[in-house]
Ligand binder design. Structure first.
Ligand SMILES: [Mg+2]
Length: 244
């Protein structure tokens, strides 16, 4: 049976933690532009326009990205300054998302989330480097926000494995009777997702719709590698009988 916000299973539950960028959707550069605008405001004594072309975004957390960008401009970032940049970033993001003509929900995502959300044994959550408000802004742009009610976020921790642990703990809170039988499946698009999944003892479905190809994801140790989330191998990873 499934109750509102609290679940009881005959079968061991599966806690799914989905990455967002490159996995569920492509934000069409909106995130990068919003960070640049936020940094432009905070670093207003710089002569040059802020450009983050050299900063890696894929698989990184928002606090990591901002700290790295600030260091690029010779600014030693304390937590207060990072928080201020992220606050401004979140304020710019909805407009940039609306302007992003290249924004797209990735193939197979809508049907997969629809199927998993209807399953009584699956707890659908997020494991993303986005801050929580940024995550839901991106999901809302793609009409995917209603599928998720919890997760681990970049606003919880700058380290990806640590934020996945937070997401896992929140998923377990949704178990009426945590039994230690649950399986955890992380879905992501970078070796960072794979490494973080391993760090928390989770399986990892890696999809090559982000910046990394299947060979890189396989070499990183992904449990399953697929070209998009419509592939049958994704469903197999969520089979109730699949081993961990
Ligand atoms: Mg990603």
């Amino acid at each position: 049976m499934k109750t509102s916000g609290c679940y009881i299973w005959a079968m061991p539950p599966i806690i799914a933690l989905f990455d967002i960028d490159g996995t569920l959707l492509r934000a069409g550069g909106a995130g990068r532009r919003a960070v640049e605008l936020a940094l432009d405001e905070v670093l207003d004594d710089l002569d040059a326009d802020v450009s983050l072309e050299s900063v890696e975004f894929a698989g990184r957390t928002d606090p990591w990205i901002v700290r790295t960008a600030l260091l690029q401009y010779g600014v030693a970032a304390d937590d207060g300054l990072i928080h201020e940049v992220l606050r401004r970033y979140v304020a710019h993001l909805p407009r940039e998302l609306q302007l992003a003509t290249a924004f797209e929900v990735l193939p197979g995502v809508l049907s997969l989330l629809s199927e998993l959300s209807a399953r009584e044994d699956v707890i659908l959550g997020l494991g993303t480097g986005n801050t929580e408000p940024a995550a839901y802004a991106k999901l809302a742009r793609g009409g995917l926000d209603s599928f998720f009610s919890f997760g681990g976020f970049g606003s919880d921790h700058a380290d990806r494995a640590a934020l996945l642990r937070v997401g896992l703990e929140r998923g377990l809170e949704r178990c009426a009777e945590p039994q230690g039988r649950e399986r955890v499946v992380v879905v992501g698009d970078t070796p960072h997702d794979v490494a973080a999944a391993h760090a928390i003892g989770a399986a990892c479905v890696a999809v090559s719709t982000g910046g990394y190809d299947g060979f890189a994801l396989e070499a990183a140790g992904a449990t399953v590698v697929v070209s998009d989330l419509g592939c049958a191998a994704v469903r197999a990873a969520f089979e109730p009988t699949a081993s961990r």
